[in-house]
Write a protein that binds this ligand. Structure first.
Ligand code: MCN
Length: 783
């Protein structure tokens, strides 16, 4: 393959052979010698005073080295777990410590640690620990949690309300007065349990004499974990190293500094030995944060020609028992809920509430699936009420290509977009007109075909340093180092780290494109805080737009220096030398070229460097773009609802996505496949359910359904390319796009199929039981 076509090439992911042959190296695969195994005793109570932890029987058990309780460990914490300010800086965020001392607030909260010579010894000993609780009534309902008389989870606050914030612009009352139609609806974002194939795991190794700590963690954020280990344990940051080895999926669930990272490190410091903790699946379902768990109340003002004048929403956000690190990031959903449309008024409110359930935090899309679900359901509600076609309602309200960059009512500016183009392409692909005819025919025969659209936009590529500093308290940069070795091979060190995304391939493509090196000559290094630059880690589909751009810029700096060295070697004027495909030559004489390998060698030899030039061939970059990037697209689901059973089958799924320049279209498609599957999982199958007492009823994969290939159709994908103007590569993110778009498309399709029954909404997950009940409600079919 010609090197100059490296960007846009569907190169197979080079990380995969290792992963699919079982030779990857995950936390659990690290050398075991001398390691102590940690088992965490967790609260079985959703809300209770912790009266005591009786450990004497367990201490004598075989293989036990130490047992530690919250009371033993509390003096060692120099700070609570971090909570970022994210959009609602004045929220009430009670301090959460990694282990309970006086009270437990959700099932799964750590209560005691058992350290033993084997995992089974630790588990056996844990059974001998007696935890004495005085149970308290639990808060398990988001909508009644703040009512007078509800049990208070954090007494020091005197309320279960964390915050209530408004984000409004334009005159919603005027929009309602001007409207021909108004609609009210309540949309449910059920609680989701992220199910990464690899559960979390931590190995910590504290060296007492050197006061150094090395932690291997299955995390998306090794750099942030390093900082917080240093702060919470009081170890100089320079003496803490965090490594994220191969990480088997995260989907946002490994985005926070977790209690277990602190506890494993602290346990290692207490006993002076290497300590390992590996989460088991049922622990994972309770202790790893959950996602979504929101209710969105909706009010719409529209004209009878389909023009949407204004929307009002309240996002009720179930934070769970504590404010998780990025729990209130989900407020972003309200901030971007305007979607791809022009509106006169937006009236948004977000209310964050504590309940006695596992804390919620980012889950693939984090706020943007909720926003898309809201505005895309709004478009369909308006179509239904006005009798217009859902595609026409969208077209009527779209922000036009020539209006980009477009500033929303709440002041965010879209970088570029052509929403009409992706919609037209998707409609063509699916054969929309013909499908509508087919639908009408089938209805006559009592068969229920549904067509659902979702023309989403997304904010990602987090994100401009100043904006993210103001919104979240952290300046987010893209970071990279590109280093050429003596022999002309390159190392690229990036500030993000993948957990399934394929960075080792795509980042090599980015650098290879600039330097004209084959990707076999480029090693992409990530996820180790002891190597390379400070990083800002992986979330918010930011890596390519931020660290990818930083890698491009570092490579460009290296290329520029290489060109200067080449000019010296060729005894030519700098201005006459060009660099192409890994070679530098005087313009017009490519036969007399010096290769990058020769230039790299010369960069380390004083006798071959231009006089006064510093040696080496290496550059680093802190990249700070002017804006976020805003991918978009049009997804169409075609479903069939079984009139007898209420079962939903997805017949077709068409998606046209635009993530700007695609570095590797095959990787992009892979990201979309996974993302769409996850959104379909939310639409049809998944729900984290608690009973009225606060016990998790879906604590295993038997009760919590995730989609398998058998539940999914073949995805029909296509792309348009609208480059982003905010980075030189023109890239936007794609890691979450599929999830952001797909739940809305599928639910819109089901509601469309059920239109003859007068159905206007159906809460996710759309189970056969709910569908069947709606079909039989109030005497069945209406038209
Ligand atoms: N890419 C590309 N061209 C583009 C954009 C992206 O070729 N225009 C490639 C990238 O280079 C990268 C992949 O697509 O290899 C995703 O890139 P990007 O959109 O920048 O997202 P991140 O790398 O920052 O990944 C984060 C994102 C998020 S937030 C979640 S959640 C998520 C996701 O990626 N979790 C995943 N994808 C996942 N994929 C897997 N397998 N596992 C997860 O846990």
């Amino acid at each position: 393959m010609a090197i100059s076509t490296m960007i846009g090439a569907s190169i197979k992911r080079r990380e995969d052979p290792e992963l699919i042959t079982g030779t990857g190296s995950f936390v659990d695969d690290l050398p075991q010698t001398g390691v102590l195994h940690m088992y965490i005793v967790r609260s079985t109570q959703p809300h209770a005073r912790l009266l005591g932890v009786e450990t004497s029987a367990a201490k004598d058990a075989d293989g036990v080295v130490a047992i530690l309780t919250g009371k033993d460990l509390r003096p060692d914490f120099q700070a609570p777990l971090p909570v970022t300010p994210t959009f609602v800086p004045d929220k009430k965020a009670p301090a959460q410590y990694p282990i309970a001392t006086d009270k437990v607030r959700y099932v799964g909260e750590p209560v005691a640690l058992v350290l033993a010579t084997s995992r089974s010894a630790a588990e056996d000993a844990a059974e001998r620990i007696e935890v004495r609780y005085a149970p308290l009534p639990a808060v398990t309902d988001l909508m009644t949690a703040t009512e007078k008389g509800a049990p208070i989870i954090h007494e020091e606050l005197g309320t279960n309300l964390s915050y209530e914030s408004k984000f409004s612009a334009g005159d919603m009352e005027a929009a309602l007065r001007e409207a021909d139609v108004t609609i009210k609806e309540r949309l449910i974002q059920q609680r989701l349990i992220p199910v990464a194939v690899e559960t979390r795991g931590v190995v910590a190794d504290y060296k007492p004499f050197a006061n150094t700590l090395t932690v291997w963690s299955s995390t998306q954020i090794p750099h942030f974990v390093k900082v917080w280990l240093a702060v919470i344990l009081g170890i100089p940051e320079s003496q803490v190293r965090v490594v994220a080895p191969d990480v088997g999926g995260g989907f946002g669930s490994k985005i926070r500094v977790y209690p277990e990272e602190i506890l494993t490190a602290l346990a290692s410091r207490k006993v002076g030995r290497r300590v390992k903790w590996i989460e088991d699946r049922s622990e994972n379902m309770r202790a790893t944060h959950h996602g979504r768990s929101q209710i969105w109340d909706v009010e719409v003002a529209a004209k009878k020609d389909g023009t949407v004048l204004g929307v009002r929403t309240t996002q009720w956000l179930d934070l769970g028992a504590y404010c998780s690190q990025f729990g209130t990031f989900m407020v972003i959903g309200v901030l971007v809920a305007q979607g791809a449309y022009k509106l006169k008024a937006f009236d948004g409110r977000s209310v964050g509430v504590f309940t006695n359930r596992t804390p919620t935090d980012a889950y693939r899309g984090a706020g943007r699936p909720e926003a898309t679900y809201f505005i895309e359901r709004v478009m369909d509600l308006v179509a239904q009420k006005t009798g217009l076609d859902p595609a026409e309602v969208r077209r009527k309200n779209f922000i036009r290509k020539e209006e980009q960059p477009f500033t929303t009512l709440l002041g965010l500016t879209y970088d570029s977009g052509d929403y009409e183009l992706t919609l037209s392409k998707a409609l063509d692909m699916v054969g929309y007109r013909q499908l509508r005819q087919e639908q009408a025919e089938k209805r006559k025969q009592g068969q229920y075909l549904g067509i659902g659209l979702s023309t989403y936009i997304e904010i990602c590529g987090l994100g401009p340093a100043a904006t993210t500093q103001a919104a979240t308290g952290v300046s987010l940069w893209g970071m990279s180092v590109v280093r050429l070795h003596f022999t002309g091979k390159a190392t690229v060190i990036i500030g993000s780290s993948p957990h399934g995304q394929g960075h080792e391939t795509t980042f090599a493509q980015i650098v290879g494109d600039v330097l004209g090196l084959p990707i076999e000559d480029i090693d992409v290094v990530h996820g180790d805080t002891a190597i390379g630059p400070m990083g800002m880690d992986t979330y918010g589909s930011r890596s390519t737009a931020m660290d990818g751009t930083a890698a491009h810029l570092s490579a460009t700096k290296v290329r520029e220096k290489a060109r200067k060295i080449a000019a010296h070697l060729l005894e030519a004027a700098e201005g006459d030398v060009v660099y192409e495909n890994g070679k530098a030559f005087v313009k017009g004489t490519p036969s007399k070229a010096v290769t990058i390998q020769e230039i790299a060698m010369a960069a380390f030899q004083t006798n071959r460097l231009p006089p006064g030039m510093e040696g080496g061939l290496e550059a680093s970059t802190f990249f700070d773009p002017a804006n976020f990037v805003w991918p978009f697209g049009a997804h169409i689901a075609v479903v069939e609802v079984d009139g007898e059973t209420g079962a939903v089958r997805i017949l077709r799924y068409v998606a046209v996505d635009d993530c700007g320049t695609r570095i590797n279209p095959m990787v992009v498609d892979g990201q979309l496949h996974g993302g769409i599957a996850q959104g379909i999982g939310q639409a049809l199958l998944e729900e984290g359910v608690y009973d009225a007492e606060g016990q998790l009823k879906t604590g295993t994969l038997v009760d919590y359904l995730i989609p398998s290939a058998a539940d999914l159709p073949r995805f029909e994908l296509a792309a348009t390319v609208t480059p982003s103007p905010v980075n030189p590569l023109g890239v936007k993110g794609v890691g979450e796009a599929g999830t952001i778009a797909s739940s809305a498309a599928v639910v819109n399709a089901v509601v469309d199929a059920l239109a003859p029954f007068g159905v206007t909404d159906i809460p996710m997950p759309v189970t056969p039981q709910k569908v069947w009940q709606l079909m039989h409600k109030n005497g069945g079919r209406k038209r």
